[in-house]
Write a new protein. Structure first.
Length: 223
Protein backbone atom coordinates (compact mmCIF):
# COMPACT_ATOMS: atom_id res chain seq x y z
CA UNK A 1 0.00 0.00 0.00
CA UNK A 2 1.19 3.56 -0.64
CA UNK A 3 0.95 6.35 1.91
CA UNK A 4 2.10 9.98 2.04
CA UNK A 5 5.51 10.79 3.42
CA UNK A 6 7.52 14.03 3.19
CA UNK A 7 5.11 15.36 0.61
CA UNK A 8 5.79 12.42 -1.73
CA UNK A 9 4.49 8.91 -2.07
CA UNK A 10 6.34 6.40 0.05
CA UNK A 11 6.01 2.65 -0.41
CA UNK A 12 5.31 1.14 2.99
CA UNK A 13 3.70 -2.06 4.12
CA UNK A 14 0.34 -1.78 5.86
CA UNK A 15 -1.40 -4.91 7.07
CA UNK A 16 -4.62 -5.50 8.95
CA UNK A 17 -4.31 -7.46 12.20
CA UNK A 18 -6.86 -9.96 13.55
CA UNK A 19 -8.32 -7.35 15.90
CA UNK A 20 -9.00 -5.07 12.93
CA UNK A 21 -6.16 -2.65 13.66
CA UNK A 22 -3.53 -1.57 11.15
CA UNK A 23 0.18 -2.29 11.42
CA UNK A 24 2.62 -0.38 9.26
CA UNK A 25 6.25 -0.94 8.37
CA UNK A 26 8.80 0.73 6.14
CA UNK A 27 11.38 3.45 6.63
CA UNK A 28 8.95 6.33 6.12
CA UNK A 29 5.73 4.76 7.31
CA UNK A 30 5.52 6.77 10.51
CA UNK A 31 7.49 9.92 9.69
CA UNK A 32 5.70 12.71 7.87
CA UNK A 33 7.39 16.07 7.26
CA UNK A 34 5.20 19.10 6.75
CA UNK A 35 6.99 22.37 5.97
CA UNK A 36 9.64 22.77 8.69
CA UNK A 37 7.98 20.54 11.28
CA UNK A 38 8.01 16.78 11.46
CA UNK A 39 5.70 14.20 12.95
CA UNK A 40 7.03 11.04 14.52
CA UNK A 41 5.40 7.77 15.56
CA UNK A 42 3.01 9.57 17.89
CA UNK A 43 1.49 11.37 14.92
CA UNK A 44 0.79 8.04 13.21
CA UNK A 45 -0.41 6.31 16.38
CA UNK A 46 -2.65 9.09 17.68
CA UNK A 47 -3.96 10.79 14.55
CA UNK A 48 -3.55 8.87 11.30
CA UNK A 49 -3.90 5.23 12.37
CA UNK A 50 -7.16 5.50 14.37
CA UNK A 51 -8.95 7.18 11.47
CA UNK A 52 -7.52 4.74 8.98
CA UNK A 53 -8.48 1.76 11.16
CA UNK A 54 -12.05 2.98 11.38
CA UNK A 55 -12.19 3.45 7.62
CA UNK A 56 -10.87 -0.08 6.99
CA UNK A 57 -13.30 -1.65 9.49
CA UNK A 58 -16.24 0.17 7.94
CA UNK A 59 -15.50 -0.10 4.23
CA UNK A 60 -13.11 -3.01 3.61
CA UNK A 61 -13.16 -6.77 4.02
CA UNK A 62 -10.05 -8.08 5.74
CA UNK A 63 -9.42 -11.52 4.20
CA UNK A 64 -11.60 -13.32 1.66
CA UNK A 65 -11.51 -16.91 0.39
CA UNK A 66 -13.13 -17.36 -3.03
CA UNK A 67 -14.10 -20.99 -2.64
CA UNK A 68 -14.86 -23.52 -5.32
CA UNK A 69 -16.42 -26.75 -4.05
CA UNK A 70 -16.23 -29.53 -6.64
CA UNK A 71 -12.64 -30.75 -6.80
CA UNK A 72 -11.80 -28.82 -3.61
CA UNK A 73 -14.04 -30.14 -0.82
CA UNK A 74 -16.39 -32.34 -2.83
CA UNK A 75 -14.01 -35.11 -3.86
CA UNK A 76 -14.62 -38.85 -4.03
CA UNK A 77 -16.81 -39.24 -0.94
CA UNK A 78 -19.79 -41.62 -1.07
CA UNK A 79 -22.28 -40.25 1.49
CA UNK A 80 -25.10 -37.77 0.74
CA UNK A 81 -27.59 -35.54 2.55
CA UNK A 82 -30.38 -33.19 1.41
CA UNK A 83 -27.82 -30.79 -0.09
CA UNK A 84 -26.03 -33.43 -2.12
CA UNK A 85 -22.78 -35.32 -1.71
CA UNK A 86 -21.02 -34.77 1.60
CA UNK A 87 -17.59 -33.14 1.53
CA UNK A 88 -14.41 -35.08 2.17
CA UNK A 89 -13.68 -34.84 5.94
CA UNK A 90 -9.94 -34.42 5.43
CA UNK A 91 -10.39 -31.43 3.15
CA UNK A 92 -13.02 -29.89 5.44
CA UNK A 93 -10.49 -30.18 8.26
CA UNK A 94 -7.93 -28.40 6.10
CA UNK A 95 -10.43 -25.60 5.46
CA UNK A 96 -10.91 -25.33 9.22
CA UNK A 97 -7.17 -24.91 9.65
CA UNK A 98 -7.19 -22.08 7.10
CA UNK A 99 -10.02 -20.31 8.93
CA UNK A 100 -8.35 -20.83 12.32
CA UNK A 101 -5.02 -19.42 11.14
CA UNK A 102 -6.29 -16.52 9.00
CA UNK A 103 -9.81 -15.56 10.26
CA UNK A 104 -10.81 -15.25 6.59
CA UNK A 105 -14.43 -15.12 5.43
CA UNK A 106 -15.83 -17.15 2.54
CA UNK A 107 -17.35 -16.08 -0.77
CA UNK A 108 -18.66 -19.03 -2.79
CA UNK A 109 -17.43 -18.92 -6.39
CA UNK A 110 -18.47 -22.51 -7.16
CA UNK A 111 -21.37 -23.48 -9.42
CA UNK A 112 -23.03 -24.55 -6.15
CA UNK A 113 -23.84 -20.83 -5.75
CA UNK A 114 -26.70 -21.26 -8.24
CA UNK A 115 -28.78 -22.70 -5.40
CA UNK A 116 -28.62 -19.26 -3.79
CA UNK A 117 -26.76 -17.53 -0.96
CA UNK A 118 -29.33 -18.51 1.68
CA UNK A 119 -29.01 -22.18 0.71
CA UNK A 120 -25.22 -21.97 0.93
CA UNK A 121 -25.43 -20.39 4.38
CA UNK A 122 -27.93 -23.01 5.53
CA UNK A 123 -25.72 -25.83 4.28
CA UNK A 124 -22.71 -24.38 6.10
CA UNK A 125 -24.70 -24.28 9.34
CA UNK A 126 -26.43 -27.66 8.95
CA UNK A 127 -23.21 -29.44 8.04
CA UNK A 128 -21.26 -27.52 10.68
CA UNK A 129 -18.67 -26.48 8.13
CA UNK A 130 -15.83 -24.17 9.19
CA UNK A 131 -15.88 -20.43 8.51
CA UNK A 132 -18.60 -17.98 7.60
CA UNK A 133 -20.13 -17.68 4.14
CA UNK A 134 -20.81 -13.98 3.54
CA UNK A 135 -21.64 -13.92 -0.18
CA UNK A 136 -21.55 -15.59 -3.58
CA UNK A 137 -19.92 -14.25 -6.73
CA UNK A 138 -22.21 -12.89 -9.46
CA UNK A 139 -23.09 -14.88 -12.56
CA UNK A 140 -22.12 -12.74 -15.54
CA UNK A 141 -23.54 -12.87 -19.04
CA UNK A 142 -21.14 -14.15 -21.65
CA UNK A 143 -19.75 -11.67 -24.15
CA UNK A 144 -20.42 -11.96 -27.85
CA UNK A 145 -17.88 -14.30 -29.38
CA UNK A 146 -17.16 -16.15 -26.14
CA UNK A 147 -18.54 -19.33 -27.67
CA UNK A 148 -15.44 -19.45 -29.89
CA UNK A 149 -13.07 -19.37 -26.91
CA UNK A 150 -11.89 -22.31 -24.87
CA UNK A 151 -12.95 -22.69 -21.25
CA UNK A 152 -9.69 -21.26 -19.90
CA UNK A 153 -9.64 -18.44 -22.45
CA UNK A 154 -13.07 -17.18 -21.35
CA UNK A 155 -11.77 -16.51 -17.83
CA UNK A 156 -15.36 -16.85 -16.67
CA UNK A 157 -14.69 -17.45 -13.01
CA UNK A 158 -11.88 -14.92 -12.89
CA UNK A 159 -14.19 -12.23 -14.27
CA UNK A 160 -16.90 -13.10 -11.74
CA UNK A 161 -14.39 -12.84 -8.90
CA UNK A 162 -13.05 -9.54 -10.23
CA UNK A 163 -16.58 -8.17 -10.47
CA UNK A 164 -17.10 -8.97 -6.78
CA UNK A 165 -13.76 -7.42 -5.80
CA UNK A 166 -14.53 -4.24 -7.75
CA UNK A 167 -17.64 -3.75 -5.63
CA UNK A 168 -16.19 -4.97 -2.31
CA UNK A 169 -12.79 -3.49 -1.33
CA UNK A 170 -10.69 -6.21 0.26
CA UNK A 171 -7.33 -6.14 2.05
CA UNK A 172 -6.30 -9.62 0.88
CA UNK A 173 -7.86 -12.61 -0.87
CA UNK A 174 -7.15 -16.07 -2.17
CA UNK A 175 -8.86 -18.17 -4.86
CA UNK A 176 -9.18 -21.92 -4.23
CA UNK A 177 -10.31 -23.79 -7.34
CA UNK A 178 -9.59 -26.91 -9.34
CA UNK A 179 -9.90 -24.98 -12.63
CA UNK A 180 -7.55 -22.24 -13.79
CA UNK A 181 -9.86 -19.82 -15.65
CA UNK A 182 -8.57 -16.83 -13.68
CA UNK A 183 -7.35 -13.43 -14.81
CA UNK A 184 -3.61 -12.97 -15.20
CA UNK A 185 -3.24 -10.62 -12.22
CA UNK A 186 -5.16 -13.07 -10.00
CA UNK A 187 -2.76 -15.96 -10.54
CA UNK A 188 -0.44 -15.05 -7.64
CA UNK A 189 -3.47 -15.35 -5.32
CA UNK A 190 -4.67 -18.63 -6.84
CA UNK A 191 -4.23 -22.14 -5.40
CA UNK A 192 -5.17 -24.96 -7.78
CA UNK A 193 -6.56 -28.16 -6.25
CA UNK A 194 -6.18 -30.45 -9.26
CA UNK A 195 -3.38 -32.44 -10.89
CA UNK A 196 -1.49 -32.40 -7.60
CA UNK A 197 -0.13 -35.91 -7.95
CA UNK A 198 2.97 -34.98 -5.94
CA UNK A 199 0.84 -34.18 -2.85
CA UNK A 200 0.73 -37.08 -0.43
CA UNK A 201 -2.94 -36.65 0.53
CA UNK A 202 -4.68 -35.99 -2.80
CA UNK A 203 -7.81 -37.91 -3.75
CA UNK A 204 -9.08 -39.29 -7.04
CA UNK A 205 -7.06 -37.82 -9.96
CA UNK A 206 -4.95 -35.35 -7.98
CA UNK A 207 -7.88 -33.41 -6.49
CA UNK A 208 -8.66 -31.85 -3.15
CA UNK A 209 -7.67 -29.19 -0.65
CA UNK A 210 -4.51 -31.00 0.32
CA UNK A 211 -2.16 -30.10 3.14
CA UNK A 212 0.25 -28.48 0.69
CA UNK A 213 -2.57 -26.45 -0.89
CA UNK A 214 -3.66 -25.45 2.62
CA UNK A 215 -0.16 -24.21 3.45
CA UNK A 216 -0.12 -22.13 0.26
CA UNK A 217 -3.51 -20.59 1.04
CA UNK A 218 -2.45 -19.58 4.54
CA UNK A 219 0.78 -18.12 3.22
CA UNK A 220 -1.09 -15.94 0.68
CA UNK A 221 -3.64 -14.66 3.20
CA UNK A 222 -1.13 -13.93 5.93
CA UNK A 223 1.40 -11.98 3.85
Amino acid sequence: MVIWSSGHYSHSSISKLEDGSIQSSGSNACNVDVDDGSYDMNYWSNIIAPSFNEWVKKYMHSKIIFLDIDGVLNVHYPEHDDYGRLFHPQFVENLKRIIDETSAEIVISSSWKHSGLDNMKDMWIDRRLPGKVIDITPTLKRNKGDEYLTFSERKERGNEIQNWLDKNPTVSYVIIDDDNDMLEDQMEFFVQTSENFDHSDYEDAGYGLTTECTNDVIKILNI
